[in-house]
Design a protein around this ligand. Sequence first.
Ligand code: AHM
Ligand code: MG
Length: 335
Amino acid sequence: ETKKKSGYEILTLTSWLLKQEQAGVIDAELTIVLSSISMACKQIASLVQRAVNIQGEDQKKLDVVSNEVFSNCLKSSGRTGIIASEEEDVPVAVEESYSGNYIVVFDPLDGSSNIDAAVSTGSIFGIYSPNDECLAEIEDDSTLDKVEQRCVINVCQPGSNLLAAGYCMYSSSVIFVLTIGKGVFSFTLDPMYGEFVLTQESIQIPKSGKIYSFNEGNYQLWDDKLKKYIDDLKDPGPSGKPYSARYIGSLVGDFHRTLLYGGIYGYPRDKKSKNGKLRLLYECAPMSFIAEQAGGKGSDGHQRVLDIKPEEIHQRVPLYIGSVEEVEKLEKFLA
Ligand code: AHM
Ligand code: MG
């Protein structure tokens, strides 16, 4: 299928999306939603790169601005019915919707505590089709009106319903990673063209990898089984070599490295955070979909993340994600 490309032949995200549409993998509406997301990411990339904290100046926080950029791009696409952001209390019904009515969940700027030190950050998103039958057992919350309740019900779908998911990493280069359920593709922003250009096709996470990525500062708060697992990685006995530790503190950056080099990323539950820190809808489910599409695995330690049906929109779950063999090894320790 992939013809040999000449040195000058580039494939932009836009033309790649059109090809997918022509091949019937995605419809015209989803194509528009995805290209509006890529527009939002370009804008956020430019904002992040210009982020200087000029003394005394009262600036809006970049995560707040990024949320506005993301929401506005999605709304003006006219193809989204409901959008749900990590930054908002409740999902929003889009009145401007023209057709399509896709549901988009997103974290507009994850890892934003890294911004002032110019360390990697990213945007994460997932796309569902509208599904009125997906009735989440939400408590009858009188603070929500009918429209808001309908939105919550539509948004609370298990990750296994995801049609597409991706992230954009703002780092030494800006990288857009996408799956539409047929493998994982990565595009790099070419600053000359101002376009995302296809740089990697059908990415596969290595089956195993000797890198672990956990915030080990929480070690004393973890349960004993997890402590044993981490101890084993560091001291596998005379038979093996210890694992390397890498932790940026930015899910997109840590995940991206895991995708390319293999290994495991984890954000466990602990004595203080009973369900860990990361959000199922905006972080864990989209990343798990990408991991599976790349031949890897996303688990909460006991079950597949994509099988978990959210009971509330900001629900948190423990996340262990990366190389199949590494995630399965961890699951054995936790069993
Ligand atoms: P945020 O949504 O407030 O940015 O938090 C999410 C981030 C992830 O990117 C990262 O993996 C994690 O928090 C790091 O948390 P910690 O500093 O507790 O290790
Ligand atoms: Mg986040």
